[in-house]
Ligand binder design. Structure first.
Ligand SMILES: [Cu+2]
Length: 224
């Protein structure tokens, strides 16, 4: 490496350090693509990278998160959060909702309410928490509670970016509400370098959607 390049790298490292304490000087990325067996992009898949050797929950700053209720639907449908996060469930509709979950990772109930409940719900165990509304059967969403800060959710293009990963080996897995088979079976080892991105593609077999996720349209049978 020439002296000029070394100087440039040092200058860039300084810029990174100034940009924010949360960023690490050396960090790579994982660019994930999730498709179904017909190669169609899969939205709402959560890609999780656990550093090799991490056995417990990584020390992360738990967030304050929001799952809205808009037009009698939960928004978003899939919400990945880190363990310990607080989630508020504001009701933006002019009718009341009754939010609940029977999932082992978090059983809770917010009895019939309007507006934003005063106390957020704390999610302190990793796992999938499926939430519903007692009044509106079609309302459903999934809060996916994660033991590490390194995760992303796929968009309509099936892509998720995991950024700011310290270099090293990671066990990377994918979860989706309709995943067929176990989450563990999606796991693979990926080595993240000191910079740049690693591309990774998953092809997931998905179960059929069993319940409609949309509100009934007045005067019509079925769902919109
Ligand atoms: Cu409701």
């Amino acid at each position: 490496m020439t002296r000029l390049v070394v100087g440039l790298v040092a200058a860039m490292a300084t810029v990174c350090a100034v940009a924010g304490p949360a960023r690490v000087a050396e960090a790579g990325e994982i660019h994930a693509l999730v498709t179904d067996p017909a190669n169609h992009p899969v939205e709402d898949a959560v890609v999780v990278a656990v550093p090799e050797g991490q056995t417990a929950t990584a020390p992360v700053r738990a967030g304050r998160e929001v799952v809205d209720q808009v037009d009698k639907e939960f928004v978003p449908y899939v919400k990945p959060i880190v363990v310990g996060s607080q989630v508020n469930f504001p009701n933006k509709d002019n009718i009341r909702h009754h939010v609940y979950s029977f999932s082992p990772a978090k059983t809770f109930e917010l009895p019939l309410y309007a507006g934003t409940p005063a106390t957020p719900v704390v999610f302190d165990r990793k796992g999938v928490v499926t939430i519903g509304c007692n009044i509106h059967d079609w309302m459903i969403a999934h809060i996916y509670v994660i033991e590490t800060p390194y995760f992303g959710k796929t968009g309509t293009d099936g892509k998720a970016r995991l950024e700011n990963l310290p270099p090293g080996r990671y066990a990377v897995r994918v979860w989706h509400p309709r995943l067929q088979g176990t989450e563990e079976s999606t796991s693979r080892t990926i080595t993240v370098e000191r910079s740049g991105a690693v591309d990774a593609t998953w092809q997931l077999a998905l179960k059929q959607e069993l319940r409609p996720r949309r509100s009934p349209v007045p005067g019509q049978r079925g769902y919109r």
